[in-house]
Design a protein around this ligand. Structure first.
Ligand SMILES: [Ca+2]
Length: 141
């Protein structure tokens, strides 16, 4: 079953500014501090960062647009694929970024569970959203 994991943001009372669909399902029971608004100035960098471990630590990689296939991407400075290893993320772009469970090597749609981050937001730990080590695709916009 497909779940809108990012609806946890609704529980923070920011639904109006974050632009969630009105038919979004009920929020999952994630801690209120797992998702946070980053410094406003950080949102101008233009890249969506993923991190190997929670709290924006461990290996890292960034994207400046949609990438539907993490299996051929490696953490910066390593030969290790980022696929299914993301534990925290920061959206430092001016558009939405949504991580998907299943990538698509032929450029078609990504699928499965997904987790969206509004511009300028970070998620310190994807574990409480049942999305730890799940990401295989990023769709921007
Ligand atoms: Ca890729």
């Amino acid at each position: 079953m497909r779940r809108l994991l990012a609806t946890a943001l609704v529980a923070l009372g920011t639904a109006a500014t974050l632009g969630f669909a009105p038919n979004a399902s009920a929020a999952s029971a994630a801690p209120a501090d797992a998702v946070e608004e980053l410094r406003p100035a950080a949102a101008v960098e233009g890249r969506f960062w993923i991190f190997e471990w929670p709290e924006y630590t461990g290996n890292q990689k960034s994207y400046n647009g949609t990438d539907r296939y993490f299996a051929n991407d490696e953490w910066d400075g390593t030969n290790t694929s980022v696929d299914n290893l993301t534990s925290s993320a920061q959206n430092l772009t001016n558009q939405w970024g949504t991580l998907y469970q299943f990538g698509n090597s032929s450029g078609g749609a990504c699928s499965g569970e997904y987790f969206g981050l509004a511009p300028g937001y970070g998620v310190r730990d994807l574990g409480p959203f049942a999305f730890n080590n799940q990401a295989s695709c990023i769709v921007m916009g």
